[in-house]
Design a binder for this molecule. Structure first.
Ligand SMILES: *Cc1c(COP(=O)(O)O)cnc(C)c1O
Length: 375
């Protein structure tokens, strides 16, 4: 089975990990610091806080922003459930806004309509790798204290109007799961231009331990002293995995280039078929593509999906609208709330996309899709 996504681990990546295994630091050491520095540089941010997954990054980001009971967090439903559930776990009310039909990203007009006095955060996703409409979303929250959070699990390395993903929103989170654009096996990170948010994120992922005297409530002249002021968790990324991330960062540009080539090859091979909608790129956007999100308009998504799976192509569907899951249905969320996202979901099928895919693999998938459409 040709998978829809797959990591690329080179012998250099392996050597980087093996080196750390023989060192004094398996965790909380120099590779974590170096990885965070490189990440921050890439993301155009002054600092980064690495964590153990993309879900942990979202939980950490919402916690660092002080999200809690009584707060509303506006999110897209066309995402992995963690974008929403990481706010729900903190006691916030999640409000779903709709997406635009072209990119599948949050629609600024729908966000504006969803804002209330209780809105604390807007959580947007770079769906498939296409950057959010950051200027539009900023305009929607202008004049409020609402914070823009970007779940960039799909899009590390992308840019919008020349600005790197990581510098578009107030807070940005990444995932380094193996199918994503670079991997640490499991891993994630939070980046922000706000030093306070970064400090709170670093404290949260380290069990709430405050070691900086300037941040202590009652600093003491005792070298062992630290304070725990709030609940935290242990989301520390080990050096063993940070070293893989560092090594992968050096390959990200090549990954992005190859992902773009494959994306273009699918679009060139399928662009003439009226039954299909291809993923567009908006002016100014330079995506690092995580998904090739094909949409089929004739109602035969399930048939195409089953046909490709039966032919050994590991296609996926991204995503079941988040509020369709029983977790949110039980809380009273109803189908039909975000019709554009629901239609996107009903038509969507993700074709294989990862750097080691060959042109012949891509052409084989194109031929299978074309054959199905002509039937
Ligand atoms: C993968 C993903 C996450 C979660 O990341 P993990 O590392 O798997 O925990 C969150 N949001 C989106 C949009 C994702 O694709």
């Amino acid at each position: 089975m040709l998978p829809y996504g797959r990591h690329s681990v080179s012998s250099d990546d392996v050597a980087a990990v093996v080196e750390v295994l023989g060192s004094d630091w398996l965790t909380t050491g120099p590779w974590v610091s170096a990885f965070e520095q490189q990440l921050a540089k890439l993301a155009g941010a002054p600092g980064a806080v690495s964590v153990t997954s993309g879900t942990a990054a979202l939980h950490t980001a919402y916690a660092a922003l002080g999200v809690g009971p009584g707060d509303e967090v506006v999110v897209t439903p066309l995402t992995f459930v963690a974008t929403a559930s990481s706010a729900t776990i903190l006691g916030a009310n999640v409000v779903f806004a709709d997406v635009t039909a072209d990119t599948g990203n949050l629609d600024p007009d729908s966000v504006a309509a969803a804002l209330t006095e209780r809105t604390r955060v807007v959580g947007a996703v770079d769906y498939g790798g296409h950057p959010i409409d950051a200027p539009g979303l900023r305009a929607a929250i202008r004049g409020t204290k609402v914070i823009l959070l970007e779940d960039a699990a799909h899009s590390i390395g992308g840019t919008l109007n020349g600005l790197p993903v990581g510098s578009l929103a107030d807070v940005t989170t990444f995932s380094f799961f193996p199918t994503k654009n670079l991997t640490t096996a499991e891993g994630g990170a939070v980046v922000s231009a706000d030093a306070d948010v970064l400090a709170r994120a670093a404290t949260f992922r380290n069990i709430g331990m405050v070691k900086d005297p300037l941040r202590m409530r009652s600093p003491r002249d005792e070298a062992w002293w630290y304070e725990v002021q709030d609940i935290g968790v242990n989301y520390r990324l080990p050096d063993v995995l940070a070293s893989l991330g560092l090594s992968q960062l050096a390959r990200l540009e090549a990954f992005s280039r190859r992902r773009r080539e494959i994306h273009d090859r699918y679009s060139a091979g399928l662009g003439d078929l009226d039954a299909l909608l291809l993923p567009p790129t908006r002016p100014g956007a330079n995506p690092t593509w995580h998904l090739y999100s094909l949409r089929i308009r004739d109602g035969r998504r399930k048939q195409l999906f089953d046909h490709l799976r039966a032919s050994g192509i590991g296609v996926q569907v991204n995503y079941i609208p988040v509020y369709w899951h029983p977790l949110y249905a039980d809380l009273g969320y109803r189908r039909g709330m975000c019709p554009v996202a629901e239609e996107y979901y009903e038509q969507e099928i993700s074709l294989p996309l990862f750097p080691d895919l060959t042109d012949a693999d891509v052409d084989g998938v194109i031929e299978l899709v074309r054959g199905f459409i002509r039937e």
